[in-house]
Design a protein around this ligand. Structure first.
Ligand code: PHE
Length: 342
């Protein structure tokens, strides 16, 4: 066999070895090339028959083939052992030079945007952010908030209870208690977060929703401060044309208490599906902190007064963006969400 032919045989042999699927095939290839009746001994024998001038080069090529085949066998054997030890790594090997697939850029969820904007507005008024747990005790969600034991909001029909007696908070108001327990007055906080109620979902109800709680406690705080603050907030959030109205109401933890409506941003107050044709939408509950709440946290009600409010984030989002079904916020339909991409 001439030198060029030996080179061709070597190339073919190496290809065969690299493609070997298991150790058994490697054994067979070793026999085919290096074994007693294999290619290498046959080549060595053939050398003697070559003309003397061709012998040195052919001899060198035959040797090179032998060494290359030995190395390739060892290398392939090592690879197979490795793949057996780490199957996942072997499967994960892929071509890094392939072009990637563009998955698109995400965007802020509209609920997160509203929370962020609200926090920013209150931040400008000197409020800081406080937080509390979603899983609360009856004490923080009801008792400390002056809610009587027979109050309907405690009913398991309305509140999600855990088997250990704890509950999913129905409002962000328990954060008021936690914060006042840990900090002496004055207090000026907002607490955004998720709340849970056992409501049957429909266009305006969801079993979980978001509120932003506000609490301001200092000497001489009055209802006028509450009105001024919420009116300012409404204008910053909805635009200068918004109107705000307070209706007398009752909450166990505030006295006096009010419900706060904003004029509907979606229709400018003329009446539409979102505001149920009234021109107004209820945004918040609020009032002056009840002395019993101060007693629960050890504040002196003769020295301090305060206001509190809890606003519905989804409600604000609905009138601001003209959305008439609250459920779209939780369905994560990309066609809805991508409209809020900036
Ligand atoms: N926690 C009340 C609710 O969820 C709202 C509220 C907060 C009312 C603070 C008064 C003061 O309905």
């Amino acid at each position: 066999m001439k030198a060029v032919e030996i080179e061709q045989r070597q190339a073919a042999a190496l290809e065969e070895i690299r493609a070997a699927a298991d150790e058994r095939s490697l054994d067979a290839l070793r026999a085919k090339y290096l074994g007693r009746k294999g290619l290498v001994p046959a080549l060595m024998k053939e050398l003697k028959a070559l003309p003397p001038e061709e012998r040195p080069l052919a001899g060198r090529k035959a040797n090179e083939l032998k060494v290359a085949v030995q190395q390739a066998l060892t290398e392939r054997r090592r690879e197979l052992a490795e793949a057996r030890a780490h199957p996942a790594a072997a499967a994960a090997s892929f071509d890094y030079s392939l072009p990637g697939v563009w998955r698109g850029t995400g965007s802020r969820h509209p609920i997160s945007s509203i929370i962020e904007r609200a926090v920013e507005i209150f931040h400008g008024l000197g409020f800081t952010v406080a937080e509390g747990p979603d899983i609360e005790t009856e004490y923080y969600n009801f008792d400390a908030l002056n809610t009587p034991p027979d109050h309907p909001s405690r009913d398991p029909q309305d509140t999600f209870y855990l088997s250990d007696g704890r509950l999913l908070r129905t409002q962000t108001s328990p954060v008021q208690i936690r914060y006042m327990e840990a900090h002496p007055p004055p207090v000026r906080i907002v607490a955004p977060g998720r709340c849970y109620r056992r409501d049957t979902p429909d266009a305006t109800h969801s079993a979980n929703f978001h509120q932003i709680e506000g609490l301001y406690v200092a000497r001489g705080v009055s209802m006028a401060d509450l009105k001024g603050t919420l009116a300012y907030f409404a204008r910053r959030m909805m635009g200068p044309g918004v109107r705000v109205r307070f209706r007398p109401h009752f909450f166990p933890f505030t006295e006096p208490s009010v419900e706060v409506d904003f004029s509907c941003h979606a229709c400018g107050g003329k009446g539409c599906r979102i505001c149920k044709h009234s021109g107004w939408i209820e945004i918040a509950g609020a009032g002056m902190v009840d002395p019993n709440v101060f007693a629960a946290v050890g504040y002196d009600p003769d020295e301090y007064s305060g206001y509190a409010f809890g606003m519905g984030i989804e409600r604000m989002a609905m009138i601001l963006y003209g959305i008439n079904d609250i459920r779209v916020f939780y369905e994560n339909d990309i066609r809805f969400l991508e409209q809020f991409a900036q």
